[in-house]
Design a protein around this ligand. Structure first.
Ligand SMILES: Nc1nc2c(c(=O)[nH]1)N[C@H]1C(S)=C(S)[C@@H](COP(=O)(O)O)O[C@H]1N2
Ligand SMILES: [Mo]
Length: 535
């Protein structure tokens, strides 16, 4: 019996692979045909987005924590793995009576079509690629399991008339298993190639790179104060005060970066306003261009995390835009929406007071990178990104907190997200060996909206003895809306394991709390500490 089961297993293993090959063809064809239909028909993005939307909030949260900016790659690989496993398993049970594998591919095609239809702005023809792809996948599977080449015409039985002599066939006997493997491999390759070609072509077709390159942004009339060199502490390698755009953290729910040209972009302001207004990109020229340096922070940043970056932005005051519409007094929330359906709810005063919240159009002297919201995004000093920093923003609705819920608030996050006072140690790194002698430690501290007044450091010794809080040396303060870099010169003369802790004090005099809080629902708290060894 064991032998029989073993033989069945071996026989069905190539079967599983035929399922994977069929699924690959289905996915590849879908991806390639979608190029003809435009971004709305991109089933890959639609399915991924549906998975993101259907994933429970805490799971999404852990994924961001665990994978950071690679979360989308992980999601893609995970979805492909799941599809591969399902295709492989069901293909093993594919028979002409009960075509389980074909049914699975068909259902997957329908699921893809449903995902496509659920996207904002989808039309009925957008489902064509997913359905055609599924049909191709089924055809491949039926062909591969048809047995047309696994059971080639049986060799002629030796004829009695030939005198009883069996003439041995010239050359090696046909090897149906090998032909099947080659065919399967061929279809796998076809699937992979069409998939890659489709992804590349779709990208080329929809890319706004040319539009972005051609954009000569208007210079700011109101310039940000110059950045004093003293913002960067000496003697220690810290993140630069201004984060280069390529290093700027990126967090969003967009599985493929929205490609929105200036020509296509529009901003509609409506809801509790006197007049509904819609600005085209060129209409923005009537407003004053303002430059500001603002540190953005993600609410999902754990204590010691790096989901924080600082950039120079130019754009238009949201206040000036809202004034054209006339905000009615009953409104207390600006609900901003992106082209891909993300929403954020910000207090009206955050958009209208003298912090000068921006509809930003440049970042560090260049048009916004597409991943950071080209052609226009919101930048709101003092609030976490999830309640304010909508990228690819196309809609501002004046509404009320007791009426509207934004994307993350619906998933259990705080409706209001003021940034909490936090500080981080960048040097030393956890577990680092520090040679005996003079050394300079350092890091960053932030309390956007209030400003950082002081940073203190405590170093505990190898004997378990708790050190004293000592003032760190502060880099020059730029503004209350930007982070502050700090350094701490120290004499490392006691060999062994040490621990360094940091805490900041904001401009109101409030000391950063030691109380540990999770990032959910409205931002982590607690002191960052790092263990190191003096050698
Ligand atoms: N359209 C859109 N805008 C968005 C988000 C999003 O998912 N979609 N995420 C927000 C969050 S949670 C943060 S922290 C900031 C991050 O901005 P960045 O990617 O430019 O750093 O963007 C905000 N704006
Ligand atoms: Mo965020």
């Amino acid at each position: 019996m064991g032998t029989l089961a073993g033989m069945a297993d071996v026989a069905s293993r190539p079967r599983a692979l035929t399922g994977v090959a069929a699924a690959a063809v289905a996915l590849g064809v879908t991806q390639l045909i979608a190029v003809l239909f435009g971004p709305g028909a991109d089933a890959r993005t639609a399915v991924g987005s549906a998975v993101i939307d259907l994933t429970p909030g805490p799971v999404k949260e852990s994924a961001i924590q665990l994978f950071g900016t690679a979360d989308k790659l992980v999601l893609t690989v995970a979805v492909l793995l799941v599809i591969g496993v399902i295709a492989g398993v069901t293909a093993r049970f594919e028979t002409s009576r009960v075509p389980l594998g074909s049914i699975a591919i068909g259902l997957a095609g329908i699921a893809g079509a449903v995902a496509v239809m659920s996207r904002a702005g989808a039309t009925l023809v957008d489902v064509v690629p997913a359905l055609v792809g599924a049909a191709c996948g089924i055809a491949v599977l039926r062909f591969l399991v048809s047995g047309r080449f696994t059971d080639p015409a049986p060799p002629k039985p030796p004829s009695a008339r030939s005198g009883g002599t069996v003439i041995p066939a010239a050359g090696p006997p046909p090897d149906p298993g090998r032909r099947l493997s080659l065919l399967t491999l061929g279809f796998l390759t076809v699937g992979a190639l069409t998939g890659v070609a489709g992804a590349v072509l779709a990208r080329m077709r929809s890319s706004v790179a040319a539009d972005r390159n051609a954009f000569a942004a208007p210079p700011p009339l109101s310039k940000a104060p110059p950045i004093p060199p003293g913002v960067q502490p000496a003697g220690v390698t810290l993140p630069p005060f201004i984060t280069p755009s390529a290093d700027f953290y990126r967090i969003d729910t967009a599985l493929s970066v929205p490609q929105l040209s200036r020509e296509e972009w529009k901003l509609r302001i409506h809801g509790m306003v006197d007049d509904v207004v819609t600005f085209r990109f060129d209409d923005l020229a009537q407003f004053e261009v303002v430059e500001k340096v603002v540190t953005l922070t993600c609410v999902s940043n754990p204590v010691g995390g790096d989901l924080i970056s600082n950039a120079t932005w130019t754009g238009y005051r949201v206040r000036d835009l809202l004034a054209k519409a006339g905000v009615r007094s009953e409104a207390d929330m600006v609900l901003s929406t992106s082209i891909d359906g993300f929403t954020a709810g910000s207090p009206v005063e955050a958009m209208t007071d003298d912090r000068d919240s921006l509809l930003a159009i440049t970042m560090n002297g260049a048009p916004l990178p597409t991943e950071h919201g080209y052609p226009a995004r919101l930048v709101v000093p003092g609030l976490y990104g999830y309640v304010s920093a909508t990228k690819w923003v196309v809609d501002l609705e004046l509404t009320r907190f007791d009426r509207a819920e934004a994307y993350w608030t619906r998933l259990g996050w705080g409706a209001r997200g003021p940034i909490k006072t936090q500080s981080r140690i960048d040097v030393p790194r956890s577990g680092q060996d520090v040679p005996r002698g003079a050394v300079t430690f350092g890091g960053v501290a932030w309390a956007q909206g209030r400003g950082v007044k002081a940073v203190e450091v405590r170093i505990d010794g190898p004997d378990g003895g708790e050190g004293q809080w000592q003032p760190a040396t502060l880099g020059a303060s730029y503004s209350k809306d930007t982070w502050r870099l700090w350094s701490f010169p120290w004499q490392a003369d006691q060999p062994g394991d040490h621990r360094i802790s940091v805490r900041a004090t904001d401009d109101t005099g409030a000391v950063q709390t030691s109380q540990l809080a999770d990032v959910l629902p409205d931002g982590a708290t607690g002191w960052h500490d790092v263990s190191f060894t003096v050698t």
